[in-house]
Design a binder for this molecule. Structure first.
Ligand SMILES: [Cu+2]
Length: 433
């Protein structure tokens, strides 16, 4: 009641979902700087769709290339046996979901930045250029990577800041394998709050170690982008309203596609400002097989259906995709499954509101009541640069946004392309009696 305008904006941000559906295909994520490393021939151009993965080329690499949906793999050049990667920190625009474009800071044109993929034993050189706005210094810390102290990227402590226009060289040899991340270690609240971060995967030297058939990576982030605005507020500490898998919110998130019987790994990193995210997979019991501290030996792995990923941590999960279907994969904090859900809303559950809103609106300009349930929000308007959280599904509306995607397991598929909705065998779907 104290903030009717804010509440109205927040409420309307969750409504009007169906109006946005036809524009899905018109909003493809931009893949600036996209390309495969020299050891992996370039993948075919991504097919049109609401979201994109780049298919690896089987047999072209000693390892199963990791697929980070909606995110390119960082190309490299060889220089006398050194793999040379280039990252440019710069302001970027990231389309979180159809029609929602956010002013972020990122690397090489997007947030999160491209995934770095290398092999244990590689000598790597990372050339980092600061193209952030004037006066902004930065660094990059290689989170979880074992390296010489002077390569650790902590501004002021282990190196000078990278000033505008400067390029710094980080060079070291990878002597471990696992799932890691990268992010600035100067002005972290602002720079990470605006999206400067990425994943860093190191494969085992021996290709048979921890071999899987499909290997995915997802980086978690959370934002406060006030309804009607396009710039995140990096000073926010607790009240986030947008939650992303690889800088995308459902229905903008790509499905994770696997063939029946394949061994699948999903690497989940979390560089959110505050929250841990309990990530839940339907239809399977998976093993937690690694953290950013390294692989977990087989005898110490444990089964879960939800793995909590604290901020500043990574978890690898693995399972055999032995059950066909469309299996939901999402954060289990239910507010993180909404696009633009607000806070401090009055609870109107059970309150008949037919004439209440009209009466209150006479006294409070702009007032809009919280409906008795979310399904009452369908026909409400919404501010610019927001979308709803209700989408057409194969049976009925899917009520989801934010950190939500679908693991699609099918027989007889060879690609990572979205196979569409699962066709259930007759008699296997819950129905009215
Ligand atoms: Cu969450």
């Amino acid at each position: 009641m104290n903030h009717p305008l804010t509440r109205r904006q927040i409420l309307t941000a969750t409504a009007g979902a169906f109006a946005a559906v036809p524009v899905l295909a018109a909003f493809q994520p931009e893949h600036k700087g996209h390309g495969a490393p020299p050891t992996v021939p370039p993948a075919a151009p991504p097919k049109p769709g609401p979201s994109v993965v780049s298919a690896p080329v089987p047999g072209a690499s000693p390892y199963t290339p990791v697929i980070m949906p909606d995110t390119p793999t960082l190309p490299f050049e060889m220089d006398n046996g050194v793999k040379v990667f280039r990252l440019v920190a710069e302001p970027v625009q990231r389309e979180f979901a159809p029609g929602v474009v956010v002013n972020c800071w990122g690397y090489n044109g997007q947030s999160p930045g491209p995934m770095i993929e290398a092999v244990e034993g590689d000598r790597i050189r990372l050339l980092v250029t600061n193209n952030l706005p004037d006066g902004i210094h930065t660094t990059i810390h290689w989170h979880g990577i074992l390296l010489p102290n002077g390569m650790d990227g902590v501004g002021g402590l282990t190196q000078k800041h990278i000033r505008n226009g400067e390029t710094f060289k980080y060079e070291f040899t990878l002597r471990q394998h696992g799932t890691y991340m990268y992010h600035p270690h100067f002005d972290e609240m602002f720079q990470m709050g605006l999206g400067l971060m990425g994943m860093f995967v190191v494969h085992p030297r021996e290709a048979s170690v921890r071999r899987v058939d499909r290997d995915f990576a997802i980086l978690l982030n959370e934002w406060l982008v006030k309804p009607g605005s396009a710039t995140p507020d990096p000073t926010e500490m607790t009240n986030f309203n947008l939650f992303t898998f690889n800088g995308r919110m459902f229905p903008g998130t790509a499905p994770l596609v696997a063939r029946l019987g394949e061994k699948v790994r999903i690497r989940i990193g979390n560089l959110s400002m505050t929250n841990a995210h309990p990530i839940h997979l339907h239809g399977y019991s998976f093993n937690v097989t690694g953290t950013d501290g390294g692989p977990i030996r087989e005898s110490a792995q444990w089964p879960e259906v939800t793995t909590n990923v604290p901020t500043g941590a990574a978890r690898d999960i693995e399972f055999i995709a032995d059950a066909e279907g469309d299996w939901a994969f999402h954060c289990h904090k239910v507010h993180h499954l909404m696009n633009g859900m607000g806070h401090n809303l009055p609870l109107n559950l059970g309150v008949k509101q037919d004439d209440l809103a009209a009466r209150l609106a006479k006294r409070i300009p702009g007032y809009m009541a919280m409906p008795a349930s979310m399904s009452g929000m369908m026909d409400m308007g919404r501010p610019p640069n927001t979308i709803g959280s209700v989408w057409p599904g194969p049976f009925d509306e899917i009520d989801a946004g934010g950190m939500f995607t679908v693991v699609k397991v099918r027989k007889d598929i060879a690609t990572y392309d979205d196979p569409g909705w699962y066709q259930h065998p007759e008699g296997t779907v819950a129905e009215p009696v």
